[in-house]
Design a binder for this molecule. Structure first.
Ligand SMILES: [Zn+2]
Ligand SMILES: [Zn+2]
Length: 460
């Protein structure tokens, strides 16, 4: 650790612990003078070559050492790469969590699995309702993404306003009908923005990201024309996508069953909270699905990333307890591969074709659209907030560089755009901003109940 730690200077420190220079395990500490606010706490999945790791989590050493200064964990949305590591942090420290109702619902499912429900304080937040917290005022604002209830976060400090977009795209026709709230964002922008941290995942993509709406058409075609069973694989946390599958199944008078524990749990929770709507008699347990005629059922399954233990992978490898592929089956892989997973997914798709199924995936059909802004939307976000300083977040290094260049082109002063990576400390005051040191972070992996720490090799 460099000497900035010893300096008594007051100001704002931005410290990313994951997600900057890599995809996944997003986590950022924002220190306002002595108070610390954490944004997100997610996992990253290994590529298919790594078999001894279930997932990676951020290195919590620094936040645990400074836990008495942490005021809150603010969560942008309920995807694994933003909430997956929370139970591992909450085993060591007790801090109140703030998130939207669906985000908290998904967190609650995890806390239950880890036996942490009783000791964790979860606070539901509404968009555009300011919350006083220590010396700052926090306000969440609604953004569109591939999950309902996704939020960006505004932190109003004595030095100015900090904006964190979370993951976002600009969608005028999202599945839940809650479009991007430009009014709320421009209201926040009106008072001036000291720093904008914005999602860089698709900063290499020109133009605009298509709306979720286009999937409906593809699903209608695939499910409508299928003669036999339809299996749709997606992420267990893609709540909106599951609703689209359910709506299409209803349209073609098919019942729905679910394969995969995490998906069963999430659907149960999301139904209870009203985020997934499906009539009782339309949802059937997996072991009863056999009794239903092939052309009357849609199976929602985990495994869109080729994860070894997921339902689709086990189906493809002919070792699923209830499901075996037969000719006439239609499979839809509704997800785009997370970098590193391409081979595992391709292998799964090969195996499914080999067994006589017809497979639709992002390369041969419009069955997936991702949830991140392309370059025109990123420019819009920068123009809307007109920040004094800019940090590209959520992306591998080249994504951060592409986004930084875009910010400079969009009018942010070139010396006030900072490409920083995990562990870097950006120090902000009224007069100045700059990288003021680095906190060493290890690579921390989880396999079953075992957590291991390794020295991080940046070139691997
Ligand atoms: Zn996300
Ligand atoms: Zn993400």
């Amino acid at each position: 650790m460099k000497n900035y730690m010893r300096s008594k200077k007051t100001g704002i420190r931005i410290i990313p612990f994951g997600g900057l220079g890599e995809i996944g395990k997003n986590m950022m500490a924002i220190e306002v003078d002595k108070e610390i606010f954490i944004i997100d706490c997610g996992v990253a999945f290994p590529g298919q070559l790594v078999t001894d790791v279930d997932f990676y989590i951020p290195d919590f050493s620094y936040v645990i050492e400074n836990s008495e200064r942490i005021k809150a964990i603010l969560v942008t949305h309920g995807h694994e790469d933003h909430i997956g590591a929370l139970p591992y942090l909450l085993k060591s420290i007790s801090v109140p969590i703030y998130g939207s109702p669906l985000t908290n619902g998904l967190i609650r499912v995890k806390l239950k699995e880890h036996g942490l429900t009783a000791e964790t304080e979860l606070n539901d937040v509404e968009p555009s309702v300011p919350i006083k917290m220590g010396s700052v005022e926090i306000e969440f604002f609604r953004v569109c993404h591939s999950i309902p209830d996704a939020m960006g976060i505004s932190i109003k400090t004595r030095l100015g306003k900090l904006i964190h977009t979370g993951d976002f795209k600009i969608d005028h026709t999202p599945v839940d009908g809650k479009a991007t709230n430009f009014q709320a964002m421009s209201k926040l922008a009106g008072e001036g923005v000291l720093l904008l941290c914005s999602d860089s995942t698709y900063s290499e993509n020109d133009g605009y990201t298509p709306s979720e709406l286009i999937i409906e058409e593809a699903f209608g075609k695939v499910i409508g024309e299928a003669k036999g069973r339809v299996i749709v694989a997606t992420f267990a946390s893609l709540i909106s996508r599951m609703q689209q599958v359910i709506d299409t199944a209803a349209k073609f008078e098919r019942k729905v069953t679910i394969a995969g524990k995490s998906m069963v749990n999430n659907v149960k929770m999301a139904r209870k909270m009203g985020y997934i709507k499906i009539p009782d008699d339309m949802l059937v347990p997996l072991d009863e699905a056999k009794k239903i005629k092939d052309n009357r059922i849609v199976i929602l399954a985990t495994g869109a990333q080729g994860e070894p233990s997921s339902a689709l992978t086990r189906i493809a490898n002919s070792n699923h307890k209830h499901l075996k592929i037969k000719s006439g089956d239609t499979i839809v892989v509704s997800a785009s591969p997370i970098p590193g997973n391409e081979k595992a997914i391709s292998k799964t798709i090969d195996n499914l074709f080999r067994q006589g199924a017809d497979v639709f995936y992002s390369k041969n059909s419009q069955v997936h659209v991702h949830g991140h802004a392309s370059r025109e939307e990123l420019k819009l976000m920068i123009s809307l907030f007109k920040p004094k300083h800019f940090i590209p977040i959520h992306g591998e290094y080249r994504h951060l560089v592409a986004h930084a260049r875009l910010a400079r082109k969009t009018g942010v002063d070139k010396d006030k755009v900072f490409v920083i990576e995990d562990g870097d400390v950006l120090f902000l005051t009224e007069e100045s901003a700059g990288v003021a040191g680095n906190i060493e972070t290890d690579l921390v992996s989880v396999k079953g109940n075992k957590i291991s720490s390794h020295q991080f090799d940046n070139n691997s």
